[in-house]
Design a protein around this ligand. Structure first.
Ligand SMILES: [Ca+2]
Ligand SMILES: [Ca+2]
Length: 244
């Protein structure tokens, strides 16, 4: 009788333990499922790309002027930069001339350079870009050299005169000769004018002697040109006189 009671007691206890273990397993399983659900939900709630690489800096793809080097002082040159950013962040540009910034940070990717005689020589033009998430002094840069030359100078007459002194009798043949020089050694054209009327067309300096000669009467005026015409008048009774 005692044995039977003892067996039934053990059985009841065993069932209780099993029941409790079931409950514990169920609770653990439930907790795992809840955490799994929460993790899945949070992962789905993450914005796209949040688990990818951190923000990347922009990079320049091209930079250059709209005119080829060299140009004369006074030329207006537009410099254009192209850059891209992996996240399409707004890109800021800054332009620098010979290590001196000539613009602030701006969204403008162009800079117009109005040159002057102060820019004669070779300059370094630089562009910097940034997206504001990395280096405050710029994430990428490029530079290019550009030469500005002095404007072309006009020629000047250095000598002009006749082969015979004034006066001469009617019928005399008088040869007028001129010489001129050009700072850039550009070819020079000459034209002779008699009493306000051109007696020659614009003609190049004769090869060899370099002295075009035209017989004519006096007074005689000579013009030579290369961009700017220059006039010299020979007054027969007063000697050489330069006129503007
Ligand atoms: Ca970026
Ligand atoms: Ca010249």
């Amino acid at each position: 009788m005692v044995k039977q009671n003892s067996r039934s007691g053990l059985k009841a206890n065993f069932k209780k333990i099993l029941k409790r273990e079931h409950v514990d397993v169920f609770l653990v399983f439930s907790a795992v499922m809840v955490f799994a659900a929460l993790f899945a939900t949070s992962a789905l709630a993450q914005p796209e790309g949040a688990l990818e690489q951190p923000n990347q800096p922009p990079a320049l793809s091209s930079f250059g002027p709209d005119k080829s080097s060299p140009q004369e002082a006074g030329a207006v040159i537009t410099w254009t930069a192209q850059a891209s950013d992996p996240e399409n962040d707004p890109i800021l540009y800054r332009f620098i001339l010979n290590s001196q910034p000539v613009t602030d940070w701006t969204l403008q990717s162009q800079w117009i350079w109005t040159t002057s005689s102060a820019n004669v020589g070779t300059s370094q033009v630089e562009v910097q870009v940034k997206d504001g998430n990395h280096n405050p002094e710029g994430d990428d840069s490029r530079s290019e050299g550009f030469t500005i030359a002095m404007p072309n100078q006009p020629p000047a007459i250095t000598n002009f005169g006749a082969d015979k002194p004034s006066p001469q009798e009617a019928g005399a043949v008088i040869t007028w000769m001129a010489q001129a020089s050009d700072p850039e050694n550009d070819p020079i054209l000459y034209r002779f004018i008699l009493s306000g009327q051109p007696v020659t067309d614009w003609t190049p300096r004769a090869s060899g002697s370099g002295r075009p000669a035209v017989p004519m009467w006096e007074p005689v005026r000579l013009r030579c040109r290369r961009r700017t015409a220059i006039t010299i008048r020979k007054e027969t009774t007063q000697g050489l006189q330069n006129l503007p």
